[in-house]
Design a protein around this ligand. Structure first.
Ligand code: GLC
Length: 744
């Protein structure tokens, strides 16, 4: 028997070898990718090379059909795989096999402060993209939360470059473990939606290197295979082919070996695109809502580029570098026969969705132990608010999804509590009754004939008759309410929710507010409510995740990834910056909007610290159903060189009666520097789970990268000798202790 097996195995090996022996090198994935690329390039005509560099449908580029090099299929988005669209349209194709898992918004993922959750998220969404045969997932978005008005804040990881970078890096590795490329976006300094196609972000190098680039660099260092150039201009040139950004920094200083893909319609000029480092052009000729009349041959990197090459205007070396990068992207994905096969709408993905949602919800306020709901005292709950029943996996723009299902908050509460207590629902207000987004139908009819007065009266009546009120409101990813292409018009809740919350609180002081949003809102009623949860767009498992936290099945452990300003004048982008910018006619780019980033490096807590501003809630804030006590921090040495390891330890104890997780934050203060620096900056964090009474000693290693700042004149990261402080915080404002040390 053994001999027979041996002979059989040898035959198989020979056959496999023989099979590879027939394969041309570029198709033989037993060969190194660079060798395969060289072989492919040597067989490609000029036309085939140029064709490779631009789309031939809304979301795909052609590969090299005659050589058997497959098409490259991309698809949105950062929170789930977009439903199929028609070949050259934004509109849905009407397939019936393309519903997906809608995972929580990336701001929710950031709020977990848990890299393991980011890894789980990336792996799960990567499996869904792989199953749908997408080779490039157009995400994650890692742009910094610079203003609470930013329309796409919900798609990003908050205001701090370190937190965003650490979480994005794990997401990148998770997605790409499926043989699916990420496309980290929108590179760079693309921080609001107002005039997104013509805004010229005027940003100094210190703000670029210390604030707006680090999350992208973390993603590149994690091995990102592609990056998306943003719509905006940076210091006068379009980001997606910005000499400085793409050639000098991304491909030069960072050594990025992947492909730069344009945002859809972000390309406006052949010469600039060719010389500015763009590799793959998508979406040209669309007016943002539909693509009419601009056949793919007219793309800037299509015939105009081909003709330029033939006329000798452009070098073949430059062309081959682009081709090399696109082939490398293709061989890492579509031509990689060792990729797993993925999966979609699985129990594992639904479980991941719920876990990330539960861990990302932030308990902002909780007085009189209002939460978790005490079933011994609460027998009737009035649930008020449109967001209790509204489908929110749709909307927001390109990240809109056709989720296979969505558990609404009210459904989650009824499923969890319906047997034990009475739940009464009242709409309270009518917000967005739109029935479809990008032709994804909500299958809801949210119309309501009642007047606002009647809606309020009915809600107040229900509130009066209940032991507890849970108001579920916020924003809803309709226009100006957390949506691509349009910023918020103010920080106020829409649809008169503020007045309604005040009326409900007057009717029943035992009121909990659940704010569902992806960005900060003003809370004029904060003193009148007992508890506030910042819940995000939580995806399929919204209602279950929310109910688990409200009922105490899960102890909330999320913390804010951005400063919750009380008003815009607490935000540097508005106080120092000139949002929404100044119109100017540029001789090359035409009518643009200059947006001066005068806030420079002072974004978020870096600004409120400096000006002793007390926001509604600070960066890194989040409560628990238990309590934690921090001991005194200690450090292994008071003095040392920058290459010495400084180790800070801090004991943390769970002093409450139930298990809980705490996010311990390490900030570094440089007490004296030759250039302005923030009072402190987040340089590390640790999320620890503690049983009641348990103490864990958290250890932070401080190295050069935690101490340096970017000297734009010297164009380098430097550490200046002098005194520093390691500051331990439960948030940027709740500081638990500090230890000084000196760099000699
Ligand atoms: C959109 C977005 C980008 C998206 C792309 C494709 O305009 O800016 O995030 O991936 O176009 O839909």
């Amino acid at each position: 028997m053994k001999l027979k097996n041996l002979i059989l195995q040898m035959a198989l090996v020979l056959c496999a070898f023989n099979m590879n022996a027939e394969l041309p090198v570029y198709l033989d994935d037993s060969k190194p990718i660079e060798e395969r690329i060289d072989d492919a390039i040597s067989q490609m005509s000029l036309k085939q090379k140029v064709a490779l560099l631009h789309a031939h449908s809304k979301f795909s580029s052609p590969g090299v059909p005659a050589l058997g090099i497959p098409e490259l299929w991309t698809d949105d988005g950062p929170m789930g795989v977009r439903p199929e669209v028609l070949w050259d349209e934004w509109d849905q194709a009407g397939w019936t096999n393309d519903s997906c898992t809608a995972f929580p918004s990336l701001t929710c993922l950031a709020a977990t402060w848990n890299p393991e959750m980011a890894a789980l998220y990336g792996k799960s969404i990567g499996e869904e993209a792989r199953y749908r045969n997408k080779s490039v997932l157009l995400g994650p978005g890692v742009n910094i939360y610079r203003t609470p008005l930013g329309g796409r804040n919900f798609e990003y990881f908050g205001e701090d470059p370190l937190l965003a970078g650490i979480m994005a890096a794990e997401y990148v590795k998770g997605v790409q473990s499926n043989g699916v490329a990420v496309c980290v976006k929108h590179f760079a300094a693309n921080n609001h939606e107002w005039n997104r196609y013509t805004t010229n972000s005027i940003v100094g190098d210190r703000a670029l290197y210390e604030i707006y680039l680090p999350a992208f660099k973390a993603a590149v260092d994690a091995g990102a295979w592609s990056l998306m150039g943003g719509y905006n201009l940076i210091n006068g040139q379009h980001a997606t082919y910005n000499q400085r950004l793409i050639n000098d920094i991304l491909k030069g200083e960072w050594g990025f070996d992947g492909a730069v893909i344009s945002d859809w319609g972000a390309v406006h000029d052949t010469k600039q695109a060719v010389e500015g480092g763009l590799d793959l052009e998508f979406g040209t000729g669309t007016d943002g809502l539909g693509s009419k009349g601009n056949p793919y041959d007219n793309y800037y990197l299509a015939n105009p580029y081909y003709n330029g090459l033939v006329e000798g205007k452009y070098s073949e070396d430059q062309l081959n570098d682009k081709v090399r990068r696109v082939l490398r992207l293709t061989m890492r994905t579509a031509m990689n026969r060792n990729r797993p096969f993925g999966s979609i709408n699985s129990d594992e993905h639904h479980e991941a969705c719920r876990k990330i949602g539960e861990e990302g919800i932030v308990l902002l306020k909780n007085v009189d132990n209002t939460l978790p709901i005490d079933l011994k005292k609460i027998h009737t709950i009035a649930v008020i608010g449109e967001n209790g029943i509204k489908r929110m996996t749709v909307g927001g723009g390109s990240s809109s999804l056709k989720a296979q299902y969505e558990i609404y908050p009210l459904e989650g509460l009824e499923a969890r509590l319906g047997k034990d207590i009475d739940i009464v629902y009242e709409r309270g207000y009518v917000g967005d009754t739109c029935t479809h987004y990008n032709n994804v139908w909500t299958k809801q009819d949210l119309s309501d004939p009642r007047t606002p007065e009647q809606l309020t009266a009915d809600a107040v009546k229900a509130a009066k008759g209940a032991d507890m009120v849970i108001f579920i409101g916020g924003l809803n990813k309709s226009d100006h309410q957390d949506a691509e292409g349009c910023d918020r018009l103010s920080m106020d809740l829409p649809y008169n929710q503020n007045e309604l919350i005040e009326a409900l609180a007057a009717a029943n002081p035992n009121i909990v507010v659940v704010n569902i949003s992806g960005t900060g809102i003003a809370m004029p009623w904060l003193d009148k409510v007992k508890a506030v949860l910042q819940a995000w767009y939580l995806g399929n498992e919204t209602g279950n995740a929310l109910a688990a936290v409200l009922c105490g099945d899960v102890n909330p452990s999320g913390k804010l990834p951005y400063t919750y300003y009380a008003s815009l004048d607490q935000c540097a982008a508005h106080k120092l910056g000139d949002y929404p910018g100044t119109p100017r006619h540029d001789p090359v780019e035409g009518d643009i909007i200059d947006m001066k980033y005068n806030d420079d490096i002072f974004v978020g807590y870096r600004y409120t610290d400096m000006n002793k501003i007390k926001p509604t809630f600070p960066f890194g804030h989040g409560l628990s159903y238990t309590t934690f006590e921090y001991g005194k921090p200690s450090i292994n040495r008071k003095k040392g060189s920058v290459d010495d390891k400084f180790t800070v330890t801090i004991p943390v104890t769970n002093t409450g009666s139930r298990e809980g997780s705490e996010i311990v934050q390490l900030y570094i203060a440089d007490l004296k520097s030759s250039l302005p620096r923030p009072a402190k900056e987040l340089k590390d964090f640790a999320k620890i789970k503690l049983q009641p009474g348990q103490t864990e000693t958290v250890v932070f290693e401080i190295g050069r990268e935690d101490l340096c700042f970017f000297d734009d004149k010297a164009h380098s990261w430097i550490v200046e000798p002098g005194k520093f402080e390691a500051i331990i915080g439960a948030s940027a404002a709740d500081l638990k202790g500090k230890v000084g040390f000196e760099i000699e």
